[in-house]
Design a protein around this ligand. Structure first.
Ligand code: HEM
Length: 499
């Protein structure tokens, strides 16, 4: 029998074989250590740098690889009449990477907390990457990107003692009436999805689809889990949290490892590309749903997750999604939130991952790509080298076989803008109507749970906050406001209570 150890031989990152990985180099067996122990210094200094800054929001996440398969046969599918995006061509399959997350707390926080859940997909399409950076809930707290840093500060732990406080959370919300619709979702059981496999996804923002002639429609994207939706009450969540605060990550990883591949049906909603003065809300306002009866869900395909990441850090931590990452056939709408978001993502990723974050395999397109971008920290790839580009010419135009502009994939969408520049609110705010509709659509159990959760959270808040919030719920639906007021022991003016 050979005494040669079994397994792959350990080396340093410089390729030197390691024959002792247990003992530092020292003078005699009791030390001191010697400074020329390069092997130890390399091992320890790499360890010291193992972490990168965590995401400023959505730090806690889990992800998996999979595929997107569009619906239908050529000429008989619901979406290719609206968009020329190749990713929707019937008969194709596109690799995807989907990251789920919670929003507010840090990288190791419990996955049972009341919080929206992220639902971010990278489609590695044949015409470049498309990122759809969505959430499970279909609406959002605010409608202008200017308010995002304040909102996140109020929701995150207190900057002095580092604990999240409902008084700070609702302080901001009580000054932000447009959040009423989102709060109505979030404090119902829909605020704690049971697992990532059993929750919906939505692009939330409004995009445009561009057809072969350059004509556009407004569009929203949605995903429905084939397993069905399941949510938790606060009590059910606490019970899980007491035993396991990684339950959603575990559920996703273990299911895929067992070969139970989660799937979601993919739908779009469309409306003509104009301001829709007939609606009493603005179609570009992310605090609003597009009612399904008016704007039906069109089935355009499904996604399946079928492969776990090999390395959490390399894939799940360093993956970088952005709302600016669109393909030909999908475009921005004038949705102000969408445009504000688009700056934030690549900006934070240059800081969080580094200026060459797009060279990492998880972020790089899987179709050929060739740029004149060179250098920067950790650069190693010469874009275009595989396609035989002249490596000396890292500029354009040139007479010497440098990279050249490509033909358009179709006519550009026609965009005309006019108006006065200024800091302005949208006109049709209508902050409460859809919150009231949501309340009335909930089952009795969901309404009871919502009231209980709101009363619990608002009991921790100052009287001025409670009163303002009751006033918002009242404007959404009198019964809704009355029940929260009752729970908080706030007496309603007689006239209001009678109505
Ligand atoms: C992550 C900004 C609104 C969904 C992030 C990150 C930033 C950010 C800076 C961290 C990105 C990273 O480190 O890679 C903003 C701003 C917003 C906004 C400025 C509003 C103006 C929204 C909305 C949604 C959303 C409305 C849902 C539709 C997500 C998701 C992630 C994320 C899912 C995590 C992506 C991942 O898994 O890596 N956001 N966000 N955000 N945001 Fe937003």
């Amino acid at each position: 029998m050979s005494d040669k150890p079994q397994g792959v031989g350990l080396t340093t990152r410089q390729g030197h074989p390691v024959f002792d990985n247990q003992n530092t180099r020292s003078v005699g067996s009791r030390g001191p250590l010697v400074l020329e122990d390069y092997q130890f210094l390399e091992k320890m200094s790499h360890f010291d740098r193992e972490r990168i800054p965590e995401r400023v929001v959505h730090a806690r996440g889990a992800a998996a690889h999979g595929i997107f398969v569009p619906t239908g046969k050529a000429g008989d599918d619901p979406i290719t009449k609206y968009t020329r995006a190749k990713v929707f061509t019937p008969g194709t399959q596109t690799p995807i990477f989907l990251r789920f997350s919670t929003v507010i707390h840090g990288g190791h926080s419990p996955e049972t907390l009341r919080d929206p859940r992220g639902f971010a997909i990278k489609f590695y399409t044949e015409t470049g990457n498309w990122d759809l950076v969505g959430n499970n809930l279909k609406v959002f707290f605010i409608r202008d990107a200017m308010k995002f840093p304040d909102m996140v500060h109020a929701f995150k732990p207190d900057p002095v003692h580092n604990r999240q406080q409902m008084n700070r959370f609702f302080d901001f919300v009580s000054c932000t009436p447009e959040a009423t619709h989102m709060i109505t979702h979030l404090f119902s059981p829909w605020g704690i999805p049971a697992t990532y496999r059993e929750m919906q996804g939505s692009g939330v923002n409004t995009y445009k689809l561009v057809d072969a002639e350059g004509k556009t429609v407004l569009c929203k994207f949605h995903f429905q889990p084939r397993m069905g939706v399941r949510n938790l009450t606060a009590e059910q969540a606490s019970e899980i949290q007491a035993k396991d605060f990684n339950h959603a990550t575990g559920d996703l990883y273990d299911a895929i490892a067992r070969g139970e591949f989660p799937e979601w049906d993919f739908f779009i909603q469309v409306m003509s590309d104009d301001e829709h003065p007939e609606l009493d809300w603005d179609p570009l306002d992310v605090t609003k749903l597009w009612p399904e009866e008016q704007f039906p869900f069109l089935h355009v395909g499904h996604i399946q997750l079928n492969r776990n990441p090999v390395d959490y850090h390399n894939e799940v931590e360093q993956v970088a999604f952005g709302t600016g990452v669109l393909v030909d056939g999908i475009d921005f709408s004038d949705d102000k939130m969408l445009q504000g978001r688009t700056f934030a993502y690549s900006d934070t990723q240059r800081y969080r991952v580094g200026p060459n974050y797009l060279q990492l395999p998880i972020n790089a397109p899987k179709c050929p790509f060739a740029t004149n971008q060179r250098g920067g920290q950790m650069s190693y790839h010469v874009d275009g080298a595989e396609q035989g580009a002249n490596k000396h010419v890292n500029y354009e135009p040139s007479n010497f076989h440098g990279l050249v502009e490509q033909p358009r994939l179709g006519p550009p969408p026609r965009i005309q803008v006019s108006g006065e520049v200024g800091r302005q609110k949208i006109e049709r705010t209508n902050d409460f109507k859809q919150a009231g509709e949501r309340w009335r659509q909930f089952s009795d159990f969901e309404r009871d749970d919502l009231v209980k959760n709101l009363v619990g959270a608002l009991s921790e808040c100052a009287p001025v906050i409670r009163e303002k919030m009751v006033c918002y719920f009242m404007q959404a639906d009198r019964e809704y406001g009355r029940r929260v007021a009752e729970g908080l022991g706030i007496s309603m003016p007689e006239r209001q209570a009678a109505e």
